[in-house]
Design a protein around this ligand. Structure first.
Ligand SMILES: *[C@@H]1O[C@H](CO)[C@@H](O)[C@H](O)[C@H]1NC(C)=O
Ligand SMILES: *[C@@H]1O[C@H](CO)[C@@H](O)[C@H](O)[C@H]1NC(C)=O
Ligand SMILES: *[C@@H]1O[C@H](CO)[C@@H](O)[C@H](O)[C@H]1NC(C)=O
Ligand SMILES: *[C@@H]1O[C@H](CO)[C@@H](O)[C@H](O)[C@H]1NC(C)=O
Ligand SMILES: *[C@@H]1O[C@H](CO)[C@@H](O)[C@H](O)[C@H]1NC(C)=O
Ligand SMILES: *[C@@H]1O[C@H](CO)[C@@H](O)[C@H](O)[C@H]1NC(C)=O
Ligand SMILES: *[C@@H]1O[C@H](CO)[C@@H](O)[C@H](O)[C@H]1NC(C)=O
Length: 424
């Protein structure tokens, strides 16, 4: 009997440790993996946003500050990780397209997608603001940002309704684009006090929704054009759309035109909530979304789930609504349990073949970083909307009992302890 007390204490401390979110050391591993494995234009762009939200929140549209007032005094040393991404982008920028004044060929990168390179536009704007249009390979950051803007506005094919294509060779709409393009148009517009660009950002969200929204409120992934097609409610695509619209909403609030644009903000809010409302009934009992949200024969995907969790918490930190907090905590707890000890998010959709499960996901790593930035801010603002107010619902999910909160204590140790217990 005498040996039972310390064992009880050990068991109790394990279960207390497990009732928490990702440890900072494991979160750092997630961050480092994110830094190492991103390759494609949209991945680097998404990573830049994850870095801004987690390391340089004053420059994010999601905090209570106004990033555009901070931009003027910005020093490049303050945002070295963003400068690194911007510099890489400028080095990869197509050489024959380096004339900022020429309207043709202003894209930051050529990879077949018209929309994806725009995800790097905010990083380029920040690099410009902090270096005063410093040149890389003979082109200034600011000139490259303006050329990218002009490319989107004047060169990329459009649908008959005016939606800017996600593809460079034809008019085809992908829900992904709502994350890549409108937030850049909006950020550029808010920074340069240009309401037309803010309106364009709103309008693009509206036009994409017109084509992609299904009758149940969820969005299809890819419509129109030829070749690739994916007329299904891809989880990551719904998350891209909801998050992109929330970034536009937040940018408008931070701009000098917020009071003029309340009806646009109301629309964006209802379109975001429409996705959250339509998806909530499809959260699985273990706290994830299927890769195709309403198709329970598709595998469960942690990557799109992570971005939905992040955005649900941002709806709370932005004081829009706390209604999606309980589900978002459940989603984030489940996602966290799929992060392995080397910091990889597992059971993810393959970002290069969106119908299949993959073994790792660069964008998924960024989504987890964003989700924890959102979670930490939500926590610091008083945990609005959580069930009891004081509990940690992230840890109360049964799935959270896996290993994620126990970087130093393996399942093997737990069973060894349980084994000793059984032998007593
Ligand atoms: C994305 O960033 C990585 C380095 O982090 C770089 O190797 C790669 O070339 C970049 N991709 C593009 C399309 O610029
Ligand atoms: C949300 O409301 C809180 C409390 O009123 C306030 O401190 C915070 O700045 C607001 N956040 C935003 C993003 O407006
Ligand atoms: C320049 O941009 C145009 C239009 O975006 C593209 O078609 C062309 O391939 C680019 N040139 C190079 C050398 O990448
Ligand atoms: C680039 O930065 C300078 C200030 O450093 C600013 O005057 C200019 O408007 C910026 N360009 C863009 C496109 O933001
Ligand atoms: C806003 O931006 C658009 C696109 O670059 C430009 O045509 C327009 O002149 C700008 N408006 C103002 C007021 O600067
Ligand atoms: C999948 O969905 C169908 C139709 O909604 C339902 O009948 C079936 O029970 C579900 N299967 C699982 C495993 O949840
Ligand atoms: C974590 O997942 C990554 C990607 O699937 C894999 O390469 C790595 O070996 C895994 N780590 C462990 C400890 O299983």
């Amino acid at each position: 009997m005498r040996s039972k007390t310390p064992l009880i204490c050990l068991l109790a401390s394990i279960s207390i440790a497990s009732a928490t979110h990702l440890s900072d050391s494991l979160l750092n591993k997630v961050y480092n993996v994110m830094n190492e494995i991103n390759v494609e234009s949209w991945e680097n762009g998404t990573k830049s946003i994850a870095i801004i939200e987690s390391k340089y929140p004053d420059l994010s549209v999601f905090t209570s500050n106004t990033p555009f007032s901070v931009l003027n005094g910005l020093q490049s040393g303050q945002i070295s990780e963003i400068i690194g991404i911007a510099e890489t982008t400028m080095n990869n920028r197509p050489a024959s397209n380096n004339s900022a004044s020429a309207r043709g060929g202003g894209t930051l990168l050529t990879d077949g997608a018209a929309g994806d390179p725009a995800s790097l536009g905010i990083a380029i704007l920040l690099a410009n603001a902090s270096t005063n249009n410093q040149q890389v390979k003979g082109v200034g950051y600011g000139d490259a940002a303006t050329a990218e803007l002009d490319y989107l506005l004047y060169d990329v094919p459009r649908t008959s309704s005016g939606a800017i294509s996600h593809r460079a060779d034809q008019a085809q709409l992908w829900s992904d684009s709502v994350y890549m393009v409108p937030p850049f148009l909006a950020y550029y517009g808010a920074y340069h006090n240009n309401q037309t660009l803010l309106q364009d950002a709103y309008q693009q969200c509206s036009l994409y929704r017109d084509t992609l929204k299904q009758s149940n409120g969820l969005w299809n992934h890819i419509m129109l054009g030829s070749g690739t097609s994916d007329p299904h409610d891809w989880a990551t695509g719904n998350a891209w759309a909801a998050t992109g619209m929330l970034r536009v909403w937040a940018t408008i609030t931070k701009s000098s035109f917020a009071s003029d644009m309340s009806s646009q903000m109301n629309d964006l809010q209802s379109w975001i909530e429409e996705i959250f409302d339509a998806s909530s009934g499809y959260i699985t009992s273990d706290g994830l979304f299927h890769n195709y949200i309403s198709d329970n024969s598709s595998f469960k995907d942690t990557s799109g789930t992570a971005l939905m969790a992040s955005t649900g918490l941002r709806l709370s930190t932005l004081n829009i609504t706390d209604n999606y907090v309980p589900n978002s905590l459940k989603l984030l707890a489940a996602v966290s349990s799929y992060i392995n000890s080397t910091g990889y998010l597992t059971q993810v959709v393959n970002p290069y073949d969106f119908t299949k499960e993959g073994t790792y996901s660069p964008e998924g790593q960024s989504f987890v970083v964003m989700a924890y930035a959102a979670y930490k801010e939500w926590d610091s603002l008083g945990r609005k909307g959580s069930n009891a107010g004081k509990d940690d619902p992230l840890g109360s999910s049964s799935s959270a009992l896996k290993q994620f909160a126990l970087p130093g204590i393996s399942a093997g140790l737990i069973s060894a302890v349980l084994g000793i217990w059984a032998m007593i």
